[in-house]
Ligand binder design. Structure first.
Ligand code: ATP
Ligand code: ZN
Length: 297
């Protein structure tokens, strides 16, 4: 049914992860032509196509071999893997995509005092993540009743379905609006690329590796800062030793000022105030830190 020479990635059709997924893939050099029914995007720049589906369906689609990879919240990836714990995992978590951050947490009524997980014993807890919640309760040695709801979990206490919930939160605004407070974090989540890299043997394996390399490059660049400074030739050796990067710096001579050199270096992590102070003490001047992302915009 499916070509062995094209890769298929499933992404969320419409929701919190859709736009950022497409944007990141586009930055990795992929371009697409959308089908008329808006369910499929044909890869134009590379033989990598997109399938637009509900996020919950993505792990299953990979498992069935309909696609080789997909972008989902870690919450969905882990829930599906835990729920199918008897069979071997159908996919690996390949790359943290760096967006869609949220946490799966337990929330109780605001007026309830929280003394710890033991308090959940015998209670009813509403969630869309029964496997993750069940795993958490088991690790805490607590038995509780899990009420599975597919959406609007936060209104369960108002409906009388359950007094406690286990749901995804980012700002916490929804909890507050429903007179609930967060008391325990079960999982910190980000969007991840999941896929079946290991079991691919044909051209798709190479395509997958290319995709992973490109995404890795894009994500690294997102974090990167360009550090510019100048220094005297005399201080150059000690300044070079302190540069917060393993990349080789570029140096430039300032016209008319034979003694001073301008250095530029790409740093892949944050540069701390402390590191900048140390550079200054070693003789560096005019330090400037620029996010590379901004320079490209
Ligand atoms: P679908 O129709 O595809 O099933 P959905 O309602 O399940 O959509 P969204 O609400 O768009 O999905 O959430 C998709 C993912 O976004 C979540 O699984 C989670 O990883 C992430 N996310 C980030 N912040 C939040 C948040 N505040 N609430 C819920 N999900 C969040
Ligand atoms: Zn969903």
């Amino acid at each position: 049914m499916m070509g062995r020479d094209r890769l298929r990635i499933a992404i969320q059709k419409s929701g919190r992860l859709s736009a950022a997924s497409i944007e990141l893939l586009a930055r990795a050099g992929l371009s697409f032509r959308m089908s008329r029914d808006r369910l499929f995007c044909f890869g134009e720049s590379l033989p990598i196509d997109l399938l637009l589906v509900r996020d919950d369906d993505i792990p299953g689609l990979i498992q069935q071999g309909v696609c080789e990879a997909g972008v989902v919240g870690l919450n969905v990836a882990r829930e599906h893997a835990l729920a199918a714990k008897d069979s071997a995992p159908a996919y690996d978590e390949l790359i943290d995509m760096g967006f869609g951050g949220c946490r799966l947490c337990v929330a109780v009524p605001q007026d309830e005092q929280w003394d710890g997980p033991a308090q959940l014993a015998g209670r009813r807890i509403a969630t869309s993540y029964p496997a993750l919640l069940g795993d958490y309760l088991q690790r805490q040695n607590v038995e509780a009743e899990i009420v599975v709801l597919s959406g609007s979990v936060e209104i369960a206490p108002k409906l009388g379905t359950a007094e406690i919930i286990c749901d995804l939160v980012s700002s916490g605004g929804t909890l507050q609006a429903n007179q609930l407070k967060e008391v325990a974090i079960i999982l910190e989540s980000n969007a991840v690329l999941i896929g079946t890299r290991a079991s691919l043997a044909d051209e798709r394996r190479e395509l997958m590796d290319l995709l992973l390399r490109r995404l890795d490059g894009v994500l690294k660049m997102r974090e990167s800062k360009l550090l510019t400074l100048n220094t005297s030739r005399e201080s150059l050796p000690s300044v070079l030793k302190l540069l917060p990067s393993s990349d080789p710096p570029t140096s430039m001579q300032i016209a008319g000022s034979e003694d001073r050199v301008v250095l530029q270096v790409l740093c892949h992590q944050d540069i701390s105030w402390h590191q900048l102070e140390e550079l200054k003490r070693a003789g560096a001047g005019h330090l400037l830190v620029m996010p590379v992302e901004k320079m490209l915009a």
